[in-house]
Design a protein around this ligand. Structure first.
Ligand code: MTE
Ligand code: MOS
Length: 816
């Protein structure tokens, strides 16, 4: 067992406890950035002037009518920027644009005594535009060859010869939508300037250090003159990894120019029309299988819709390319990626960061091809699982294949899958207008930032003379429970009760140069750093204790606030030891540091071992589809998920449940629409409120929802044997979409393959049902009869089941 992963007996990590701020969340007492406004004197409010055009040159801005509006204090324009007029790290995101790139793009910002004054001022600003041609959909972008950034390829073996030798080749196209983050707390920054010109920005940001950097470069100052603090976020989900920077810069600029605090909080409508979302993708693929259903070769081109600027589109695309294999061994493979440039919001990180998009492509392929191969979809998936010793297409060895197999078997057993498949067959036979489906899908998700440099973290731990402990670390809290875990890590390492440890808000002047709290690695990285800081202090205290107890420092034990020595009866309370150490002039504070070892990645050739390990999970979802409307409900979900040795089981189970539901929202409910017409509304984001953008709510929750954490899952390479949990469970939701596909297919004859639009809304499911019905031949009254669903027998892997060659050819998706 490694030193990092080794866990003491009866440790605080591993105990189930509620989120550290749960009582504050549910009573409304928890402070979010915007709650500070009421406590801040003389605060000004910022409101944007938004472009009505998808693409236009800004010819002139007349701000004078705004200044005539009562309560308007100032209008911020590009002329006010003392530093670099750019909100990003790629220098392709002008903060005040000369050319607007999407409907809703902020041209300038009005500061008012009240939000209402600022809003009315913004409405009064007169902007003269010269409209330009625009590109809205990803298909338009592909046709116009409108791309941005690098076009990487992940390649292994020879895909052409692999496809040539395959017994069955299918090809197809699949386009799927993005997703709005819909964090409960919209983007918010509150900036103040002190008497020395030092800028202090409170910001709802997952990446305080980068927010600090961008604010500094916009203001033309050094990073040391800017401090960013994040109390907590009301959800980030990746949407606050890069997008807060420009808003923080506007608030800071306003504060510098007026000398007053400036608050910038987007309304829901502003947030939805201005901030980036999950990337939708277009994909094109060819896949080859051998006679027994083993994947031989895959060729694919993934085109993500990046919106108007790069933002995080390149790393998101890289992760998509590195996850198209999901859990499956693909000997010959070539996957090309590119980022479309379109006149929409700049799409960004969203839970899974491209991983879900890459994996959705292969899961969709398997779901479509299984009936064509005459193999049950679950069996097809299982048969293609990686084995240890194989490598991913980008060259990383697989070492924990057994975990996925174990999780799969556990779900099969605990969810009674085989028996329920039989019951579903029975049900489908006797219900012509309602069909059920039960699908299993696996998740294998790489943990670490692809960019090796980001895999570092810092912490600052203080022990005060009275024995109380205050910890700071570089991670941010967005509801995922990172702070809860860090408290548990500190208590475990120091050997004190949890109540001894407090946690202070994330600030760039406490812990510098931090990475975004992202890639699910918050607990791995910051946990490593907190543990390191606590170990330094503990080592020093062991020397003091050694003198008091009379055993060597290595024999000192500290547990639950009691200090003992091996072979000694002397017991010293923690606070007494700390007190003694202070008087012995022992340093009671430490800065901790952690970097993930053993990573390497060459982004030019897209090869290496970019991930410390993989997180695994398996889900089984059962749905019921109404044949008249396509409406459906989720009857039951069973999940087994690998979080290593959990740092905090209740938090982890919450993450698994939340991730699954958010994934189900992306795949089945949430339907982003832009006006793609040539009318005057072209480029307008049409679903800009909860009234038109359907999120999962209680009524869509699975009727039965069982989540288990995989047992015996110690992770050598991570803090106290744990694994990251934040993003991977989102992808368990593939099982709901595949269950819908199977239920829709059950309206057709056995062996029907259906295409299913994504998001698989009731409307899309209805069309899939229609497609399946059409496969009956000319349906004259057939609909009223009962039809058996395709029988989900698990075939013997040694006796491959296949369809007659002719039928495969007929049902091949586009030749092959
Ligand atoms: N859980 C909640 N409640 N709110 C969030 O915003 N973000 C997710 C995930 N779980 C999120 C969440 C995303 S996108 C990531 S990358 C991780 O949490 C980040 O936190 P971690 O690294 O501490 O897991
Ligand atoms: Mo998460 S998408 O890595 O913030």
């Amino acid at each position: 067992m490694s030193h990092l992963s080794e866990r003491p007996d009866q440790s605080v990590v591993g105990q189930s406890m509620p989120h550290e701020a749960a009582d504050l969340h549910v009573t409304g007492a928890a402070l979010y950035t915007d709650d500070l406004v009421g406590r801040t004197k003389d605060c000004l409010h910022a409101y944007p002037v938004q472009s009505p055009h998808a693409h236009a040159r800004v010819v002139d801005i007349d701000t004078s009518p705004a200044l005539a509006v009562p309560g308007v204090v100032r209008v911020l324009t590009g002329a006010d920027v003392p530093g670099v007029n750019d909100a990003g790290v790629k220098h392709d995101e002008p903060l005040f644009p000369d050319e607007v790139q999407f409907v809703g793009h902020a041209v300038c910002w009005v500061l008012g005594e009240t939000l209402e004054a600022a809003r009315r001022g913004a409405a009064a600003v007169v902007v003269d535009y010269e409209t330009l041609p625009s590109i809205i959909s990803v298909r338009e972008a592909i046709a116009a060859e409108s791309f941005q950034g690098a076009q990487p390829t992940v390649e292994r073996g020879n895909v052409e010869s692999g496809l040539e030798q395959a017994a069955h080749v299918f090809s197809g196209e699949f386009e799927f939508a993005g997703q709005e983050h819909f964090y409960l707390e919209t983007h918010c920054s509150l900036a103040l300037v002190d008497e020395n010109g030092q800028v202090f920005v409170q910001c709802s940001t997952q990446h305080p250090s980068e927010t600090q950097e961008i604010v500094a470069h916009v203001l033309g100052r050094s990073s040391s003159e800017v401090t960013v603090q994040c109390l907590r976020m009301g959800g980030g989900f990746g949407g606050k990894e890069m997008q807060p920077h420009g808003f923080a810069a506007i608030a800071s600029l306003g504060s510098i120019l007026t000398g007053r605090p400036v608050r910038l909080r987007l309304t829901r409508n502003l947030d939805m029309t201005m901030s980036g979302k999950r990337h939708g993708f277009h994909s094109q693929w060819r896949i080859g299988f051998d006679d027994s259903g083993h994947i031989q070769a895959l060729e694919a081109t993934l085109t993500s819709d990046g919106g108007w600027s790069l933002d995080l589109s390149e790393p998101v695309l890289a992760r998509a390319l590195c996850h198209i294999d999901n859990a499956y061994w693909i000997p010959d493979i070539k996957v090309n990626g590119r980022v479309a440039k379109s006149n929409k919001t700049s799409q960004t990180a969203f839970r899974g960061f491209g991983g879900p998009q890459g994996m959705l492509v292969i899961e969709d392929i398997l779901g479509r091809c299984a009936p064509l191969l005459g193999i049950d979809a679950a069996e097809l998936r299982r048969r293609n699982f990686y084995a240890n010793g194989q490598t991913t297409p980008y060259g990383q060895p697989i070492t924990q294949a057994d975990r996925l197999a174990r999780a799969w078997d556990q779900v099969l057993e605990s969810a009674d899958v085989t028996q329920r498949w039989a019951e579903i067959d029975e049900f489908n036979w006797s219900h012509p207008h309602t069909k059920r489906g039960l699908a299993l899908t696996p998740v294998k998700f790489g943990i670490s930032f692809n960019l090796t440099a980001f895999n570092q973290a810092g912490a600052l731990v203080h022990v005060y003379k009275d024995g109380s402990v205050l910890i700071n670390h570089g991670g941010t809290e967005m509801g995922q429970g990172l702070h809860t875990k860090m408290l548990q890590v500190a208590a475990t390492t120091l050997g004190v009760p949890l109540s001894t440890v407090r946690l202070a808000p994330t600030r760039t002047d406490k812990v510098p140069n931090t990475s975004a709290t992202a890639a699910s690695s918050g607990a791995d990285l910051n946990g490593g750093a907190v543990k390191n800081a606590c170990e330094q202090i503990r080592e020093r205290l062991s020397i003091t204790a050694s003198a008091k107890i009379g055993v060597p420092p290595a024999d000192i034990r500290i547990h639950d606030g009691l200090v003992t020595g091996l072979g000694s009866d002397v017991q010293v309370p923690w606070a007494e030891l700390v007190h003694a150490a202070y008087f012995a002039r022992v340093q009671l504070s430490a800065a901790g540091f952690y970097r993930t070892e053993g990573l390497h990645w060459d982004s030019r050739v897209m090869q290496g071992s970019p991930f410390k390990y993989f997180a695994h999970g398996v889900a089984a979802t059962e749905v019921e589809v109404d044949g008249y409307t396509g409406a459906y409900r989720t009857r039951r979900v069973d999940i087994v998920h690998d979080v290593g040795d959990s740092l905090s089981p209740l938090v982890d189970i919450g993450q698994v449940e939340g991730g699954y539901v958010q994934g189900a929202g992306w795949l089945t409910l949430e339907d982003l629409r832009w006006d793609e017409s040539d009318g005057p509304g072209r480029g307008r984001f049409l679903t800009q409120a909860a009234s038109t953008y359907k999120l999962p709510s209680f009524s869509e929750m699975p009727e039965t929802f069982n989540v288990a954490l995989l047992e015996q899952a110690h992770e050598e390479g991570a803090v106290y044997g744990s694994k990251a949990v934040g993003e991977p469970p989102l992808m368990l939701a593939f099982s709901v979409r595949e269950a819908l596909r199977q239920a829709a297919a059950a309206f057709g004859p056995s062996g029907t393959s259906v295409d299913l639009g994504c998001p698989s809304t009731p409307e899309q499911v209805f069309w899939a049902v229609e497609e399946a019905r059409a496969a009956h031949g000319q349906a004259d009254g057939h609909v009223d009869e009962g039809f058996p669903g395709h029988h989900p027998d698990e075939p013997d892997p040694d006796a491959p089941t296949r369809m007659p060659e002719s039928e495969v050819a007929v049902r091949s998706l586009a030749g092959g």
